[in-house]
Design a protein around this ligand. Sequence first.
Ligand SMILES: C[S@@+](CC[C@H](N)C(=O)[O-])C[C@H]1O[C@@H](n2cnc3c(N)ncnc32)[C@H](O)[C@@H]1O
Length: 252
Amino acid sequence: MELTEAKQHIAEQWNQWSVSYDKQYAHGLKSCVESEAWKKVLALTLGNKPRRVLDVGTGTGFLALLLAELGHHCTGLDISCKMLEQAKMKGARFGDRLVFDFGDAEALPLPDSCMDVVVNRHLLWTLPDPQKALAEWLRVLKPGGRIIVINGVWGSIGVWAKAKRLIGNIMIMLAERRNPWKDGYSNEVTKQLPLYGDVPPEEILKLMQETGIGDLHMVPMRLVEQTENAAMPVRYRIAYSHRRYIIAGKKT
Ligand SMILES: C[S@@+](CC[C@H](N)C(=O)[O-])C[C@H]1O[C@@H](n2cnc3c(N)ncnc32)[C@H](O)[C@@H]1O
């Protein structure tokens, strides 16, 4: 499958970030307590019966690995080969119950109606056509199957949030001797990403509704937020709000 120029740029960025990704706060797990909190919320949203789950934009396999631990059969797809390499290393112990492969979220290499659940975390913001992706996820779901979108509101909207971000970033710069403002994607690429930046959950919900996803509801993630925040240095708690949410829906 040929990727567009923008997607090649995106995949290349994630190839570069793959080695440090799991070390970052709110990306990789930092404690067993955090892992238990994630499993609790996933079990609550998916139920206990083993399902066939697709994790789109799986990265280093964050959700796929947790879901495999919960007993589900999981396929993780991504366009970054290096992120997939990390995921494969971590997932080897699950054998063929957990598969990682190359695949574009907007053009899935899968037949219609083959999955019980489609999940993803932190993906929609980096897609050139999020609505096309949502339609693809619906296509591969069996009737009655579920879509679970996990995102964060990182807190860059409003004057107070902007001031906090500035103070937190200065602290990060001084403590880590790196430039926290430096973003990876080129301006040319970010212009092509309609959900790039801090998009309110209501906007994602509306998009999902418009794509024809039914039975939509929000699931709170307070326990995950609490455990993630507890593991984080103060500078990150100041810079980012780390408010998380799940939007769950159904192929009706
Ligand atoms: C912020 S990371 C999230 C990774 C993982 N879902 C997690 O929660 O840790 C975004 C991931 O989306 C992947 N990605 C970006 N565009 C994609 C696309 N069109 N199809 C599939 N994966 C994509 C990137 O390669 C990267 O691994």
